[in-house]
Structure formats: structure tokens, C-alpha cells
Design a binder for this molecule. Sequence first.
Ligand code: DGL
Length: 279
Amino acid sequence: MTDSGKPIAPIGVFDSGFGGLSVLRSLRERLPQYDYLYLGDNARAPYGTRSFETVHRFTLQCVRYLFDHGCPLVILACNTASAKALRNIQQNWLPVSDDPTRRVLGVIRPTAEAVAQTRTNGHIGVFATPGTIASGSYDIEIHHLRPDFKVSGHACPMWVPLVEEGYADSPGADFFVREGVDALMAIDPEIDTVLLACTHYPLLYDKIRAALPGHIRLVPQGQIVADSLADYLHRHPEMETRLTHGASVQFLTTDRAERFDQTAALFMGHKVEATRVEC
Ligand code: DGL
């Protein structure tokens, strides 16, 4: 409840696990006035190697949970869920749901728009989960805006488990980051811009930065998604006025809360106390 007795209407932020926290952090920096409800489906992460149907089913369950707990707007702060579930939820489920005025937004379109406007030689590299790469979503979205760009993607199936299991700072992470960087640069040595198209990857940022040639621009998504949401809320006052402005944040996880709290503190830079829920 808000001070005026109105039920809280937070922005829902969803990810398979911890990765969406990198987006939540940027959202809270850019738009601190809103209430946020974060849900990490840690019990079923990673999503990146799962089928289209499974990712869609899990994502829809989590979106429904966030809607049922007062969020009029949910951000899929997960590229895999955005690639495999967003369109279906927006086009087929939402219009026939009990409140079709609620909204679900993803992270791929805003990231593609930002890349299309960036200063680059047109050779774009994309690091993402196997699911996101197989979906071809980044090629499609970027080529839609810039048919002249060459988009080269490389799937990094080990990067999310390294982050989820707390090995982002280990020598093992150095090995897998080096392997991914070498594979991407072998596809197109002219790449000058690399997208971290998985919200878990900012936790490996320093290692990826160090492994990439120095002239390459490395683009994480948090800031891009936050700017895009600010613009969306500016263009949609009917949604903006539905959201409550209590500057609060609550964390939910489908797995053990203590485990969530430890890793989440690394992403957020402050202490976190999550509640365990079933979706
Ligand atoms: N953080 C998610 C993304 O942006 C993926 C993590 C996973 O594989 O579950 O794609």
C-alpha cells in the first residue's frame, strides 16, 4: 500500500535469474521515482539452452505472477525471454487476458535501435545465449533498421551458469570468456562494436573488455533499456499515471532467498533481501 492507502503499482522486472538485476540497477538510476518488483526464476535458470515452448511457458507464468501482484507494466529484462516469448505474449495472450491494457516490453528492440544509431563501421558482434542467437532476433531487428550492417553472433552457453553459480570472477571464467571472444572475432575480424545481448553478461564485463581488442566498443544494455523506458513512459501518460511513485524495490526469487541475496548484492551494489515465491 502507498501512504495514501492506494495499492502499490510497481514496474515488474523479470529475468530467468540474476541477469535482469543489471537492468534493474540502470532503471533505478534513470527512473528512481517508481516502485519496482523484481522476479528472478532462479529455480529454472538458465533459460538460454531451453526450447522455445519451455521459455514461453515459464515466461508467461512469471509475467502473470507479476500482473497478479499489481504490476501494470512488466519489462522482460532477459533477451532469451524477449526473443522467444515476448511477441506471443503481446499479440496472442495479452489482448484476451483479463486486463488487456497492461503491457509487457522487451530488451531486444531498444538495443537494436540504439545500435542502429551508433557510430560504427557497420560490423556488429553479438554475444548472447544459444536461444537468443538461434532465434536470429538481433539480425532481424538490426537489419530491419540498417540493412547495410553485418551482424555476427556467437552463443556463449557457459557464461550464464558461471554468473548464476557465482564463478564470474574465477579463472574458469577467464577461459570461457577468451574462448567466446576468439570465436566471435574469427567470424568477422572487422567488428568494431560488440553487444552484450544477455543481461547476465555485465557481470563478466571486465573480463570481456580485457579479452577484446582495445578499439572495440563494448555495449551493455542496462542504460539503453532505461532510456527506452523513460521515453516510453513519456509517450504513454496513461501508463505512467498508473504506476506508483514510492521509490521502493522488492525482490522475489523462485529458489532459495539466501542464495539470491548473496549474488544479487553483487549486481545491485547493496544488501538485498528477497522472498521466495512459486510461479
Ligand atoms: N539473462 C538472460 C538473457 O538476457 C539469459 C539467461 C539464461 O540463459 O537464463 O538472455
